[in-house]
Write a protein that binds this ligand. Structure first.
Ligand code: AMP
Length: 283
């Protein structure tokens, strides 16, 4: 079922809640793939009803980013959601989500000045605004987000805690292509050569895992390992390579506790991200 209006969505959700049913929520921007599908399937296992939103959110794109060209195919997305077991897809127009004279911003300060936040000014304000609105509209018990966007998960967990929003944020593992490339709606932008070149992201993270297995704990040296691997690919241009505390996202010098190792790399004009979390007790 496709719902375009907030009023209709709210009345459906209220009727489910009156029956005592739990609600899971998966926010997306559409052009859905197996990464999104894994979130929906997890939500279906853990909730009575699952709502997926498909909304290319204008407020999280910078002026020179890909809002207009972002892939959109609502019929394909709807079929994927229903096959995965979702009860409905919420696909509002921007005018349904945003008032012309909106005056409210939602900003999570400390976690958003680094990594993608530093490179994409205003991006996380847009994400926080749309996710807080969607959580207020859907009022889910649990909301599902991918670790592919690890900074987003950290920011949203903090936002939900700080604003006492009554929802559990569930972080889900990264789903990859067979050759290791993290699935992304933006992979459709890649030419054949760029698609091949994009493998350098996951390869460089594998090199870092090898070094960690061999006992390397110096963050600078580890970042050099990743950068050296990335620089082997002529089509790749590094945006950032960082090693940060998993919760605070602050830089670490020596790896003594769980760290997030996120990278952002341009392959041609397409900016791709990838990461892994190193859990100290597993090595
Ligand atoms: P997007 O449509 O790109 O905004 O993504 C919607 C949700 O799907 C976000 O929580 C993403 O982190 C998640 N997601 C996107 N790609 C993947 C992936 N390859 N594996 C797991 N989750 C993903």
């Amino acid at each position: 079922m496709l719902v375009k209006e907030i009023k209709e969505l709210r009345s459906l959700i209220k009727s489910w809640k009156r029956e005592g049913l739990s609600v899971g929520f998966v926010p997306t921007m559409g052009a859905l793939h197996k990464g999104h599908e894994s979130l929906i399937k997890k939500a279906v296992l853990e909730n009575d009803k699952v709502v997926v939103s498909v909304f290319v959110n204008p407020t999280q794109f910078g002026p020179n980013e890909d809002y207009d060209s972002y892939p959109r195919d609502i019929n394909k997305d709807l079929a994927l959601c229903l096959n995965a077991g979702a009860a409905l897809v919420f696909n509002p127009e921007p005018s349904e989500m945003y008032f012309d004279n909106k005056a409210t911003t939602v900003s999570v300060s400390s976690l958003t000045s680094v990594l993608c936040g530093a490179k994409r000014p205003g991006h996380f304000d847009g994400v926080c605004l749309v996710v807080s609105k969607l959580l207020n509209i859907v009022t889910p018990d649990k909301a599902y987000f991918g670790e592919k966007d690890a900074q987003q998960v950290a920011v949203l967990k903090r936002m939900v805690r700080d604003l006492n929003i009554d929802v559990e944020i569930v972080a889900c593992s990264i789903i990859r292509e067979e050759d290791g490339l993290a699935k992304s709606s933006r992979n459709t932008y890649l030419s054949k050569d760029e698609r091949q070149a994009a493998l350098i992201l996951s390869k460089s993270l594998e090199r870092a895992k090898d070094s960690l297995k061999n006992g390397e704990r110096n963050a600078t040296k580890l970042k050099e390992v990743i950068k050296a691997e990335l620089s082997k690919e002529p089509l790749a241009k590094i945006d950032y390579v960082e090693i940060v505390d998993s919760d605070s996202l602050e830089n670490v010098e020596t790896i003594e506790k769980n760290v997030l190792i996120p990278i952002a790399v341009y392959i041609g004009k397409t900016r791709l991200i990838d990461n892994f979390t190193f859990k100290i007790y597993t090595y």
